[in-house]
Design a protein around this ligand. Sequence first.
Ligand SMILES: [Zn+2]
Ligand SMILES: [Zn+2]
Length: 282
Amino acid sequence: MLNMPLEDHAGDIIRKSRMGRGVSAIEVASAANLNPHQLQQFEEDGHEIPELNFEAVAERLTLDPAKLRQIASGWEPHTHDMHQWTHFRHIETDDGGMAVNCFLIWDDASKVGALFDTGWILPPIQSLIETHSIQLQHIFITHSHYDHIEALGKVRQFAPEALLHSNIKSAPKAQQLVPDERFQLGSLTVSYRETPGHADDGVTYVVEGFPAEQPNLVIVGDAIFAGSIGGAPKHFELARTKVLDEVLSLPGNSLICPGHGPLTTVSEERKHNPFFPSAMFT
Ligand SMILES: [Zn+2]
Ligand SMILES: [Zn+2]
């Protein structure tokens, strides 16, 4: 399986942290030992500039300097061999520019399934459902940003019996998640936790109960990406705290399934995500 590129390069990480913390570009450029034009360029393309002082800029933005440098030098999470998963599929949909991940799980015995976000288009979802004779019973939405729900109307036409669940405050009451709610799909259990920050209605779903040796899934939407977090210029601290408390506190082998970019694990993110300095985990 080919590695998917990271959603964010080191320049994106600096920009997100700078905006989230409300630090001016001039101040960050000066800490980074760059002129403002060089900083702007780095935030756009992430191409390494030899004079960039990672330690000073990371300190100014409370990022982990070693982790930031690793991202700039091409760190990637381990590739996950999806063949080991008999009842879980990662579906990547693309509108010709922005790729979005959605995820399908099902119970082996009953063939009852659940979809997490819809991405842009129905056909890859429909084809998996038909190939595996899945009865789609639930559609779980991580947050209401359009790229994650663009195909929702089509999915619901295709599977009208599937129940819709989200934390979207304007959704009909029956579709709104309630605290401590759990869903059973045969041997699989889906629970959720609130992870606002990137989106007010952001939630993370945890799927447990796969056959032995298969870790739990953590379907996070845009709360966290491999090596980064979702943009949260207005609620940066909330976003970070929620990811730390609700996602990075889960067992290390839990497979994080983000809305963009490659899959990763809780332990890899503790070790490599620059938004969470190593000192937080000691
Ligand atoms: Zn989003
Ligand atoms: Zn997104």
